[in-house]
Design a protein around this ligand. Structure first.
Ligand SMILES: [Zn+2]
Length: 204
């Protein structure tokens, strides 16, 4: 895949985050890795989703060195966490971080987000999503605490902040980000009415 294709892939997913209600303003971030070259394309910091163009997407090597970055822009604030995940897990091709409201709502109260409100939640998330304590944004500490959890989970919620989802492709990471918000919303609403029924983590 050439660099322009990789950038376009990230841009296309970036544009969907506000449409799915997963972010507001310039919050959240998306990255994708090209498995042939090992290069990572990531959302820039502080650029509104509506006006973002392919040339705004920053291209990096796994060590954080810049391959292409339009003048005046910086890569996403959460770049250290994205790169740490790619360095640890070679099969991962895409990562998404959002500030999804219902995920944050459940994460403020519970230690895991139930995936079993629907079969789609179980199929995409595979198991309940762990919630880890708040960590200051954009730090290596965040990278060091988030990445290990993803050894045996496809998503993790940072309490009072938001979730990271991963996938072999960035499209799959998006589907998981949406499924996580959906199961959180259903769980929240069901909890208002009674005790939510949940299907097994192994259901498909
Ligand atoms: Zn964030």
């Amino acid at each position: 895949m050439d660099i322009q294709e990789l950038r376009q892939q990230v841009l296309d997913i970036c544009k969907k985050l506000p449409l799915f209600g997963l972010v507001t303003g310039t919050a959240g971030n998306v990255s994708a890795r090209d498995q042939d070259t090992g290069l990572v394309a990531i959302k820039p910091s502080g650029v509104p989703y509506e006006s973002m163009v392919p040339e705004d997407i920053v291209v990096l090597r796994l060590d954080g060195s810049i391959v292409e970055c339009r003048g005046g822009l910086k890569s996403s604030f959460e770049t250290p966490t994205h790169l740490e995940i790619y360095r640890r897990y070679e099969q991962i091709g895409g990562i998404i971080h959002t500030h999804a409201k219902y995920v944050n709502t459940i994460g403020c109260v519970f230690d895991e987000i139930p995936c079993g409100t629907t079969p789609t939640g179980v199929r995409l998330l595979k198991q309940n999503v762990p919630v880890i304590d708040f960590i200051n944004n954009g730090t290596q500490e965040m990278a060091d605490r988030v990445a290990p959890v993803l050894a045996d989970h496809v998503a993790v919620e940072i309490r009072n902040h938001g979730p990271f989802t991963i996938g072999e492709t960035v499209q799959l990471a998006l589907e998981r980000a949406v499924a996580l918000e959906d199961t959180s919303e259903i769980f929240f609403q069901a909890s208002l009415l009674g005790t939510p029924s949940l299907i097994g983590e192994t259901a498909t």
